[in-house]
Design a binder for this molecule. Structure first.
Ligand code: AHR
Length: 312
């Protein structure tokens, strides 16, 4: 009987009885929604029971959810941390309960023995790629840049800001003239861009927008159009994520470039957990996902179609 059960088991069947708690930030962006659906689908495929908690952008909700997962005795916790600081205590509680924690898409400022691994892109590099693109596009011409930052205190916001600033440090022609948070949302991106346009001669003094994610850039595109300017031409736009709507905007000449961030953080996370559960294999502390630049020279319609199939 035992033998026939073993023969019938699928490849990752040792994980079939595992339960994973996922503390997700919320649904602030198209990218975030895709990460959630990819994670749910992947858990289902692997026979993992996923307990999902939407924190509605609040760290206190994430801490509460993690404590709930610990109390339920889950086999692992996935955490997409809204901000970088303030995690030591609750991650220590998970460690004391022998529950491995995998960080998803953002990092924490905490000792690295408090989590098993972090699945993220190189988020400083994303900013550098965006800055390098603009430097090349402007080729020494004076260019005033406005920046839409992500959520204040998030590791990705800090890193994407730094990467871009580093990249343009040797380009005195490129100046960041305004920088404000748009909280990674389309609606805030539009509102903050409206204020930038108003403050900068109706937008005539703005040469480019750098947005820390596509959703804010898409909101800003709307604001630029409503101000009577042409996004992608009068104001160049570079952002991060590569969501389907951004590929459409680039294909239609309304935006210029985006740095891709895969929403599939769960695949590497579950693979690492399965190896850990099986025989205690320790993954590297950082599992890096790729960052690819898309411009108007890329096949954005093909990217759009591919992304649509990914659960956006
Ligand atoms: O942490 C990843 C970032 O969070 C994505 O770039 C952004 O869209 C999301 O809200």
């Amino acid at each position: 009987l035992l033998l026939s059960a073993a023969v019938l088991m699928p490849a990752s069947a040792f994980a079939a009885n595992e339960t994973v708690g996922f503390s997700q930030i919320g649904s602030e962006s198209g990218w975030r929604a895709a990460e959630t659906s990819v994670t749910k689908a992947d858990a289902k495929e692997r026979g993992i029971t996923l307990k999902f908690a939407d924190a509605q952008q609040k760290q206190e909700n994430q801490i509460k959810a993690i404590r709930g997962f610990i109390a339920q005795g889950v086999d692992a916790i996935l955490l997409a941390p809204v901000v970088a600081t303030g995690w030591d205590e609750v991650l220590g509680e998970a460690k004391d309960a022998d529950i491995p924690v995998v960080l998803m898409d953002r990092k924490v400022d905490a000792p690295d023995d408090l989590y098993l691994t972090a699945v993220t892109s190189d988020t400083v590099h994303e900013g550098e790629v965006a800055g390098d693109w603009l430097k090349k596009a402007e080729d020494g011409k004076p260019c005033n840049v406005v920046e839409l930052q992500g959520t204040t205190g998030a590791s990705v916001t800090i890193d994407r800001k730094k990467g871009f600033a580093d990249a343009i440090a040797d380009a005195p022609n490129i100046k960041i003239i305004r920088s404000q948070t748009g909280d990674f949302t389309r609606s805030q991106g539009k509102i903050v861009m409206e204020s930038f346009l108003k403050a900068e001669n109706g937008g005539k003094d703005i040469c480019a927008l750098y947005a820390h994610n596509d959703d804010m850039a898409l909101g800003a595109i709307q604001a630029i159009k409503e101000a009577g300017l042409k996004p992608g031409e009068d104001i160049k736009i570079v952002s991060v994520d590569s969501v389907p709507d951004m590929h459409l905007a680039i294909a239609h000449g309304q935006s210029n470039a985006t740095v891709e961030l895969t929403p599939d953080m769960a695949g590497p996370a579950f693979t690492a957990l399965e190896a850990y559960w099986k025989d205690g294999t320790m993954p590297p502390k950082w599992i890096q996902t790729k960052s690819t630049l898309y411009t108007q020279d890329s096949d954005n319609m093909a990217a759009y179609e591919r992304k649509k199939d990914l659960g956006y």
